[in-house]
Write a protein that binds this ligand. Structure first.
Ligand code: HT7
Ligand code: ZN
Length: 852
């Protein structure tokens, strides 16, 4: 296997001045003519030119300044084409190639492929090399001129349209860009259109392109785009820079969406929404992802990455920006809490297992395996910490300088940190460890109260466990936000951000009348695991009184986890939690979304993680039973209160996805989920029949399945939505997810035999396999059925779409923490994959890292 090293970076020895592409589209034999205007770099004379190009490209012609070179000067080897220096002019020259490709045979959703009869492309990270020979690396940037020949009615590419006639369209993108931002779409599409006038008064045409018949589900995406454009002007001073902005929805897509310059391509599930088909969660994600891709226009496109090791430069920053956007559009505390939940579920999990890697990795085999929670979500957390350390104003100054200094560049994390140093004068040498060192730091907090002096001393100790390839972890800079709450529940010290830079450090608070309760790690000021000596009564106190919403929620979460981990080990627990939660749920002053978050018990995966952290081997069946038990006790203790919430949180009038309405539905559904443990599913059955929106319908369906009463509802839904892929994806996911653990794999296997299990469609595949993986006790069934089913399908998928098989293989990443029997079964499944003949580079890298 070939490992790429950050240390091996060398600039490309040629400057690419311009790229002209000509496409003659045909489903089985598309011809691509590429004219590259190149200039040898003065300091790199005499080097061969190496172009990237997949082995499937059929090279039909190659000329340099119109002349065919001596064939001995041109060599193809693996995924490259080399032209010997001796055949290259020392002056500027034009290299022209013609290749033939077969989009109809492309099932990998990378390069040029066909989805639902439409030609489309996906080039990040290294897809462009499957379209033509090219220096396919992000630091080679050029303006593009693209001509498309096709009889499809809609022909799109990056930039501005400059020519349109029967069977031909030409687009020019004046902004130099790397190949990974190239896009082309050709199909039978319709647009919903609008416009946006930028802050300097330029009118931009906006289109969301969908299949005929889907127009009425694209309006929310357009609204989200307009909000995003406005927000980026107001908050970051960033204006859009072309005459048009196009978004296209496609059904077969490896991820959520792609920020191609001026032509964003989206997974249709992140564009199409109507009350009958999309949940509140879907609407929120659509708004967030539309924003994310739009924000990339500045953080990613105008300033891109020098190489793929710098991926977090654009992704961490753009996630941070989309999180800020969502906080502004919706409830900031609720957004913070749900982001932290997701970070812990996906990134902490990654950091604690065999796949741990730094926010900026220094080696990889397959870059597509590094679009991870660490790069994205931890990358965003690192920026959040930076912002706390330099302050809001310092952050703003640094970003202005970043855009000024690096517009048009392919930049690095060093460039990024330099901008902060220059703008604020702060030395970030130690801070940089957040980028280079993997693993989640543990922070131990010890309190020392001196009643005579009215002084509280907090001692903080940090340490980071070893991760693959990194044994010793020096201390990092950790912004640790604390506040103090007096015995009467009033805050006695407002939030103060302590800067922990040593392995151990003490901080004092003076002038205190009585011993306060410490509200620690407010707002989750750093992505660390906090360990403190605290009892359930103090947690309940914080849950009742903390003025910081995150810390308040966290207190309730800790209370729940302390109960659940006790129950899962056969001990008693939960009294304090059940009592405290009743108070909170009944607090009509509190935000319904916040109350819903507090009522939702931690998932089984999270309980397993907490047990592992305290040195206990998690037993998935015991965890499942413990969680069921606690939920039932909550319902029994607070039946009237929950029933009251269920009735009173009904949102009257036509459906609206706004955050207040969604919050009420969230609380209503949380109450339903608990009541479902004691009402036999009666409420859910009524709700499924009458709900006027998908949010409540899916919640009811899931409740019914959990009560073993789902069949009629499932049949009704399949009858009603047989033609709606996105709804049927939910239908495929919910069944293995909500199934009794012992039956989950068998149910998934039965669903996989249905003719509408169109497994090559990434969404459908993810629904079924992801649904099973989300059933913790089901995926980790002691008989190995979950592992075997998953491995069988990953091996099948690997032949068609290696990005998807590799990504979904992370279902196995926690295998080392379970008991010997489960470990043996998981390892057998992993070994079976590792030994598969013809395994892709993608899956091989993942499996070998997990086995190592
Ligand atoms: N920058 C994009 C990442 C990406 C991707 C998207 C779709 C399909 C394949 C892909 N490979 C990498 C998405 C983003 O973060 O905005
Ligand atoms: Zn992104």
């Amino acid at each position: 296997p070939m490992t790429h090293l950050l240390a091996d970076y060398r600039p490309y020895p040629f400057t690419l001045k311009a790229t002209a592409l000509e496409f003659h589209l045909a489903s089985q034999s598309t011809r691509v003519i590429a004219r590259l205007s190149l200039v040898p770099k003065a300091d790199a004379g005499g080097q061969d030119m190496v172009l990237d190009g997949g082995s499937e490209l059929e090279l039909r012609a190659l000329t340099i300044n119109g002349q065919e070179p001596d064939p001995r000067m041109v060599m193809r080897e693996g995924e490259t084409l080399t032209i010997r220096a001796a055949a290259l002019p020392a002056e500027p020259f034009v290299l022209e190639t013609e290749v033939q490709i077969d989009p109809s045979a492309n099932t990998a959703c990378e390069g040029l492929y066909i989805s639902g009869g439409m030609f489309c492309t996906q080039c990040e990270a290294e897809g462009f090399r499957h379209i033509t020979f090219y220096p396919d690396r992000p630091d080679v940037m050029a303006p593009f001129d693209v001509t498309i020949h096709s009889d499809k009615p809609v022909l799109l590419s990056n930039g501005n349209p400059v020519q349109r006639e029967a069977g031909l369209a030409r687009w020019q993108d004046p902004w130099p860009k790397p190949a990974y931002l190239f896009a082309l779409v050709a199909g039978d599409l319709v647009a919903i259109s609008d416009s946006f006038t930028t802050m300097s008064g330029r009118k931009v045409a906006l289109n969301v392109w969908v299949r005929p018949g889907d127009e009425d589900r694209a309006g929310f995406a357009m609204e989200s785009l307009i909000k995003s454009m406005k927000w980026d002007e107001e908050v970051y001073g960033r204006e859009y820079d072309l005459d048009v902005f196009n978004i296209v929805a496609v059904d077969d897509f490896n991820m959520g969406a792609m920020e191609n310059k001026g032509l964003n391509i989206f997974n249709s599930k992140l564009v199409l929404a109507s009350p009958e088909t999309a949940t509140d969660g879907d609407y929120e994600r659509i708004e967030g992802v539309i924003a994310h891709e739009y924000f990339h226009n500045w953080t990613g496109n105008r300033i891109t990455c020098r190489d793929w090791f710098q991926l977090c430069l654009k992704e961490g920053l753009t996630v941070f920006r989309d999180q800020q956007f969502t906080s502004d559009m919706r409830s900031a505390p609720v957004k913070r809490i749900t982001d932290v939940q997701a970070l812990r579920a996906r990134q902490f999990r990654e950091d604690q297992g065999p796949l741990a890697h730094p926010v900026r990795p220094d080696h990889y085999e397959e870059i597509n395996n590094f679009y991870t929670a660490t790069i994205y979500e931890k990358g965003a957390e690192v920026i959040g910490m930076l912002r706390q350390l330099v302050g809001e104003e310092g952050y703003r100054k640094a970003l202005d300088l970043y855009f000024d200094r690096h517009d048009g560049d392919a930049a690095t994390i060093e460039d990024w940190l330099q901008v902060f140093e220059d703008a604020t004068g702060r030395d970030l040498t130690q801070f940089k460890r957040w980028y280079t060192d993997a693993g989640t730091p543990h922070v131990e907090m010890h309190e020392d109260w001196n009643a005579d002096d009215g002084r509280l001393t907090l001692t903080l100790r940090q340490s980071t466990p070893p991760t693959p390839g990194q044994q010793d972890k020096p201390p990092r800079v950790i912004p640790f936000a604390v506040g103090l709450i007096g015995p009467n529940g009033q805050e006695v010290a407002a939030t103060r951000v302590l800067e922990l830079t040593e392995a151990e450090q003490s901080f004092t608070f003076d002038g205190l009348g009585a011993r306060p309760v410490v509200s620690a790690l407010r707002g989750f000021s750093a992505p660390v695991i906090l360990k403190r000596e605290i009892d359930d009564a103090t947690r309940a106190f914080l849950l009742a009184h903390d003025s910081d919403p995150f810390a308040r929620w966290e207190a309730g979460r800790d209370l729940a986890l302390s109960a659940l981990t006790a129950l899962a080990q056969g001990r008693d627990g939960g009294e304090d939690y059940v009592a405290a939660i009743g108070q909170l749920a009944g607090d009509d002053q509190a935000d319904p979304a916040f109350r819903a978050l507090c009522l939702n018990l931690p998932g089984e995966e999270e309980i397993a993680t907490r047990l592992t952290a305290s040195g206990v081997t998690p037993d998935p069946d015991a965890i499942h039973a413990a969680r069921e038990d606690l939920a039932r006790r909550m319902a029994e203790a607070h039946t009237d209160l929950l029933a009251g919430l269920y009735d009173s949180m009904v949102v009257k009038g036509p459906y609206s996805p706004d955050s207040d309405s969604a919050a009420r539905r969230a609380l209503r559904i949380a109450a339903l989920g608990l009541l479902n443990r004691i009402d036999g599913g009666d409420r859910a059955e009524v709700l499924f029949g009458i709900a006027g929106n998908m949010t409540e319908r899916m919640a009811a369906l899931s409740c019914l399945i959990r009560r073993g009463r789902g069949q009629a509802a499932l049949t009704a839904m399949a009858d009603q939505f047989a033609d709606n892929r996105l709804v049927m994806d939910k239908w495929f996911a919910v069944q293995p997810m909500a199934a009794p653990p012992a039956e989950a794999a068998a149910i998934a296997a039965r669903l996989a035999r249905r003719p509408d299990f169109d497994w090559k469609n990434p969404n459908r595949f993810r629904s079924l396999l992801g649904g099973l993986a989300a059933n913790h006790a089901g995926f980790h069934a002691a008989d190995g059925s979950g592992y075997d089913f998953t491995a069988d399908w990953l091996m099948k998928m690997d032949k068609a779409n290696p990005q998807i098989s590799a990504r979904m293989s992370t279902a196995f990443e926690t295998w080392p923490r379970y008991d010997a029997g489960r470990r043996a079964a998981a390892l057998a499944a992993l070994n079976r994959m590792a030994e598969m003949e013809g395994i892709s580079r993608n899956l091989r890298e993942m499996v070998s890292r997990m086995i190592a």
